[in-house]
Design a protein around this ligand. Structure first.
Ligand code: PBG
Ligand code: ZN
Length: 329
């Protein structure tokens, strides 16, 4: 063997040497935690397919938001189950729906915590699709003003960031326009720009009672086979004024995350979705994997792929583990 061989193992010898040459890191500040709010009071019910995630009434959501803030997690994203559903999903822009009430209450209790509002109609429509129907199809342009109403009512309730997840064409510019016209120039838009029609949303749809009652979402969400189309979606959302570009799901689409990161100069977010979470939790409960190591490795892979922001149901556990690790040093 050559004597002057360049030996990569020299830089793997001790924990501190490894610390010195580590290329990627995961910080508590990278994380967002999703919260599901429901009507009622003093409700905290575990979501069966998402262990340790809960349906929370507004009072309980506030307590959790306080805990999240104390852990150093900068943001929560709020999802809701409404009191009623109808054809257009009108409870989505009702100022007294759980989401809007939760935003107001959290803003009051922890004003510095960043509040992200998921904007979509599927939790609120009687048919479970993400927009207004025309026959059996979702009518793109009829849906846009409804989404703008949802965004506006969330901004009025204290949302700092609006995250449209519906995949209608042109929604970012319509939402941006509505926010600006009503004095919310400083509310940002984190667009679910690249959102695939994915089986990984299964547990979420149980949690949010948002599964479509007929058909599927392939008419508006993206085909998992497509990469060029992802770049087209990103470009359109950039033009329409999205401040942050999201790719969703995360783990099966890290190639897309890397390509988006290399192409644009705006922050990139990923959504580590419910199915990704459920798989890890199920295997961990069976004792088949080391949950902490799997979660940290998975979240790190998202950072390495180029994500700046990670929305994850693991955020609270991950924040604790990161802090423990830091305390050790
Ligand atoms: C609503 C929405 C979904 C998710 C976030 N917003 C579900 C869907 O599109 O069916 C998925 C989140 C997750 O699975 O964790 N459009
Ligand atoms: Zn939807």
């Amino acid at each position: 063997m050559k004597l002057n061989l360049l030996r990569p193992r020299r830089l793997r010898r001790t924990p501190l040497i490894r610390d010195m040459v580590r290329e990627t890191s995961l910080s508590v500040k990278d994380l967002i935690y999703p919260i599901f709010v429901v009507p009622g009071e003093k409700i905290k019910e575990e979501i069966p397919s998402m262990p340790n995630c809960y349906h929370l009434s507004v009072d309980q959501a506030v307590l959790l938001a306080e805990k999240i803030f104390q852990l150093g997690i900068p943001a929560v994203e709020i999802f809701g189950l409404p009191e009623y559903k109808d054809e257009t999903g009108s409870s989505a822009w009702n100022p007294s729906s759980p989401v809007q009430r939760a935003m107001k209450a959290i803003k009051e209790a922890v004003p510095d915590l960043v509040i992200v509002g998921d904007v979509c109609l599927c939790q609120y429509t009687s048919h479970g699709h993400c927009g207004q129907l025309c026959g059996q199809e979702v009518d793109n342009d009829a849906t846009l003003p409804l989404l703008a109403k949802v965004a506006l009512s969330q901004a009025e309730s204290g949302a700092d960031m609006i995250a449209p997840s519906d995949m209608m064409d042109g929604r970012v510019s319509v939402i941006r326009g509505a926010l600006d016209k009503n004095g919310f120039q400083n509310v940002s838009v984190m667009s679910y720009s690249v959102k695939y029609a994915s089986a990984y949303y299964g547990p979420f749809r149980d949690a949010a009672d948002s599964a479509p009652h007929f058909g599927d979402r392939r008419g508006y969400q993206m085909d998992p086979a497509n990469r060029r189309e992802a770049m087209k979606e990103v470009e359109l959302d950039m033009d329409e004024g999205a401040d942050i570009i999201m790719v969703k799901p995360a783990l099966a689409y890290l190639d897309i995350v890397r390509q988006v990161r290399d192409r644009i100069d705006r922050p990139v977010a990923v959504y580590n979705v419910s199915g990704e979470y459920a798989m890890v939790k199920a295997a961990a409960q069976k004792g088949w994997i080391d949950e902490k190591r799997i979660v940290m490795e998975t979240l790190l892979s998202m950072k390495r792929a180029g994500a700046d922001i990670i929305i994850s149901y693991h955020s609270i556990d991950a924040a604790r583990w990161i802090r423990e690790e830091e305390g050790r040093l």
